[in-house]
Design a protein around this ligand. Structure first.
Ligand code: BMA
Length: 340
């Protein structure tokens, strides 16, 4: 078998801490100084969580879900030299339409940030006659032009792939309802131009295991590896006391990502620390981004914690891929192309 590698750029300054001794079994370990973003981080914003970051000009840039003190979520930009300490803009991201006129969503949450070719795309959840996906593009993080809403309501957790596949943009999403959706599978759609989306395929259903038995949703933009697309996603279980959000992992086929090659039957990380168990919504770990270095295989995972904080966790490519493969259990649906 050929050597396992990431097929993505090197990021020499990837945030990193070695795995502490004494962690047995778990393939992901938390940053010891978590949470990296605490409460009231910006004027008028009570909490930042479920946010996405990426390397930019030798530093890091991010789009952050800021829960304003009026209770309405919006997206704020932040910059960081080390990916850990962040400076946030006090103003919301000023979205415009194709003609240059202000075009702000009513609310915006759970942003992802993905670079495809020379353009950065922000994908989020917003109101479009109910919960739906919003999308904007930028090349300089100064001008943010909204593109057509890709999908009909109701939908959440849209995650763009970092390159076109077979000539098309590819996006995961999780069709749902407009409330606290008690169901949901991950689907894949493609587009030649980011306007018209089609060839919809089913990727993965909610899991057989209890931790992901209620619903699942895409998390960080998939990482391209020689083994396939490495996807960190969230899985939800419904308890007598509310939902619990854990982080799961799967590897999707490189040319046809609606086919799941490996799917880990255990969670990779589940709420255990005080900042994951206690907050505005207890028991939530919600991955939205990774920063990863192809030279060393280091992966830093950014996740929202308890709808109140941002946490950072680490793993290495070989360790996580081995773990997912060792614990992989696939259903017939996972293995299928997802077309009916
Ligand atoms: C989901 C989304 C997430 C949130 C989670 C837990 O439905 O709204 O933004 O983190 O619920 O409250």
């Amino acid at each position: 078998m050929s050597e396992l590698k990431m097929l993505s750029p090197e990021v020499k300054n990837v945030p990193w801490q070695e795995k502490p001794e004494g962690i047995v079994g778990a393939p992901i370990w938390r940053y010891t100084e978590n949470p990296i973003i605490g409460r009231n981080p910006v004027k008028g914003v009570a909490r930042i969580f479920n946010s996405a970051v990426m390397p930019y000009e030798d530093e890091f840039i991010g789009v952050f879900r800021g829960e304003q003190t009026n209770g309405i979520p919006y997206i704020y930009m932040g910059r960081s030299k080390d990916g850990i300490k962040w400076d946030f803009d006090e103003n919301k991201i000023p979205f415009i339409d194709e003609d240059g006129n202000p075009f702000m969503p009513i609310y915006a949450y759970d942003p992802r940030l993905v670079k495809v070719e020379d353009t950065y795309y922000i994908i989020w959840c917003q109101d479009f006659y109910g919960a739906a996906i919003g999308m904007a593009k930028t090349t300089d993080f100064k001008t943010f032009v909204r593109v057509e809403n890709p999908f009909l309501p109701f939908n959440r957790n849209a995650v763009l792939f970092p390159r076109k596949i077979n000539g098309n943009f590819m996006m995961l999403s999780r069709p749902s309802d407009s409330g606290h959706t008690p169901f949901g599978d991950i689907f894949l759609s493609e587009s030649p131009d980011l306007v018209y989306w089609g060839k919809h395929r089913h990727v993965m259903g909610k899991g057989k295991q209890w931790w992901e038995s209620l619903k699942i949703g895409g998390g960080a933009a998939p990482i391209e590896t020689t083994e396939g697309w490495l996807l960190f996603y969230h899985g939800v279980s419904g308890t007598c006391n509310g939902y619990v959000y854990s982080i799961g992992g799967a590897i999707l086929d490189i040319d046809n990502p609606s086919i799941v090659k490996y799917r880990c039957e255990t969670f990779l990380l589940t709420p255990e620390e005080w900042f994951e168990e206690r907050g505005f919504v207890p028991n939530v770990t919600f991955p939205c981004a990774t920063v990863h270095d192809s030279a060393t295989g280091k992966i830093a995972i950014y996740y929202g914690a308890a709808d109140s904080y941002v946490g950072l966790a680490f793993t290495k490519l070989e360790e996580i891929v081995d773990y997912i493969k060792e614990h992989s259990v696939l259903t017939e649906e996972d293995k299928e192309i997802g077309k009916r």
